[in-house]
Design a protein. Structure first.
Length: 205
């Protein structure tokens, strides 16, 4: 076969390679925060975790602040999208209430929440970081509340639902916090089942 007859394998466009590298770095940052905590989420450590050279990592994120900011944006965008998407797949009746409560708990016990929690803890003593994350957290909180209200009251006619939804989210956050210390799944299932029964009973009245 001549050189002219050889198949030419198209090279991956630089822009796409750059996007994939950035995604790998952000995913590695979220994983580092969730699994190993705040101290593990440095540019150098994240680059190693992502299998990316430190130079390539610093090209995308010159500072740790830039890396954490971008990771936070991804965390809250993903959590907001998950909350919004859940409303599109709804069962009926009591199953809908159970689905709404379980979905809220799932969001707050997932990897994204565990990663966000590390940043929240750091922000408690860092006013600049706190100012950075508050708007993103508020956006997510509103999306989670809308999702829970829509699941519990699809017709939007029950004035009690807003309070029940807020209690559900507060409960979910508490269960998510407990899950960061140990595998709390057995107790969590009992708590969720009890609250689902109470919420279902309240909404039938």
């Amino acid at each position: 076969m001549t050189s002219h007859a050889r198949a030419v394998v198209p090279r991956e466009p630089q822009q796409e390679r750059s996007r994939l590298t950035r995604e790998r770095l952000l995913d590695a940052t979220i994983d580092a925060l969730a699994r190993d905590g705040w101290a593990a989420a440095t540019v150098a450590a994240v680059a190693e975790r992502a299998g990316v050279s430190r130079g390539a990592a610093q090209h995308h994120f010159p500072t740790r602040e830039a890396l954490i900011t971008a990771a936070l944006e991804k965390i809250f965008d993903d959590m907001t999208a998950a909350a919004s998407a859940a409303v599109a797949r709804l069962p009926k009746g009591d199953a809908r209430v159970a689905a709404g409560i379980n979905r809220a708990v799932d969001i707050y016990t997932g990897t994204a929440f565990k990663a966000a929690l590390q940043v929240w803890a750091a922000a408690a003593s860092d006013s600049a970081l706190r100012e950075l994350i508050l708007p993103m957290e508020n956006k997510f909180a509103h999306a989670a509340h809308r999702m829970t209200v829509a699941m519990l009251d699809p017709d939007g006619t029950d004035p009690r639902v807003h309070r029940i939804a807020q209690v559900t989210l507060d409960l979910a956050r508490g269960l998510g916090l407990a899950d960061t210390l140990s595998d709390d799944s057995a107790r969590r299932a009992q708590v969720v089942a009890a609250w689902t029964e109470m919420a279902s009973d309240a909404l039938r009245q």
